[in-house]
Design a protein around this ligand. Structure first.
Ligand code: DQA
Length: 158
C-alpha cells in the first residue's frame, strides 16, 4: 500500500427540485424561514460528524435532475431527494430513481398528505427506500442520518 493511501468517505447526494432555491422567501407559513443555503450548510456539518461526504444539487429543470441522478450511478452511495412539484408529475425522475441501487430517501418539508389532493400522490414514493414528510428542515437531517446508517463503511483506496 502506498503512502498516498486514503479513506474514501461514502458520498451522499442531496437533490432539491424546483422552487426550493427560494426557500426562506417562498410561502414561509408552509415551508418555514430557513434558506436552502442554511439547510445545505447544516447537512454538510452533519455529514462531517457522520463521516459522509455530502454533495448538494438544486435545479428547477426536470431533465437536469434526471442527468444528476444518472451521474450518481456508481459514484454515490446514497441519495436524499426533495423533487418538490416534480414528485407529483415526473415519470422521468421516478424512472431515474428506479435505476439507483443505493438507499434513497424522499423528503418533503410540508406534510403533503395534509395539503391539496394533487400533492397526495408521489410518483417517486414507490421506488425509494423511504419517505419523510412534514418535519421541515429536520427531515433532511433525519434522511441523511438514515442513509449513513444504511451504507457500508468507507473503503480504503490507494
Ligand atoms: C414539497 C411539497 C411539494 O408539493 C411542493 O410542490 C414543493 C415542496 C415540500 O417539500 O413540502 O415544492 O416537496
Amino acid at each position: 500500500m502506498s503512502a498516498a493511501t486514503s479513506i474514501s468517505l461514502p458520498r451522499v447526494l442531496v437533490v432539491h427540485g424546483p422552487n426550493l432555491n427560494l426557500l426562506g422567501l417562498r410561502e414561509p407559513s408552509v415551508y418555514g424561514r430557513k434558506t436552502l443555503e442554511e439547510i445545505n450548510a447544516a447537512l454538510a456539518a452533519l455529514g462531517q460528524r457522520l463521516g459522509v461526504a455530502v454533495e448538494t444539487f438544486q435545479s428547477n429543470h426536470e431533465g437536469a435532475i434526471v442527468d444528476r441522478l444518472q451521474k450518481a450511478i456508481g459514484a454515490c452511495d446514497g441519495v436524499v431527494i426533495n423533487a418538490a412539484a416534480y414528485t407529483h408529475t415526473s415519470v422521468a425522475i421516478r424512472d431515474a430513481l428506479a435505476m439507483l441501487s443505493m438507499p434513497v430517501v424522499e423528503v418533503h418539508l410540508s406534510n403533503i398528505h395534509k395539503r391539496e389532493p394533487f400533492r397526495h400522490t408521489s410518483l417517486t414514493a414507490a421506488v425509494v427506500t423511504g419517505q419523510i414528510v412534514g418535519l421541515g428542515p429536520v427531515g433532511y437531517q433525519l434522511a441523511l442520518r438514515a442513509i449513513a446508517e444504511m451504507i457500508p463503511l468507507g473503503v480504503a483506496v490507494a
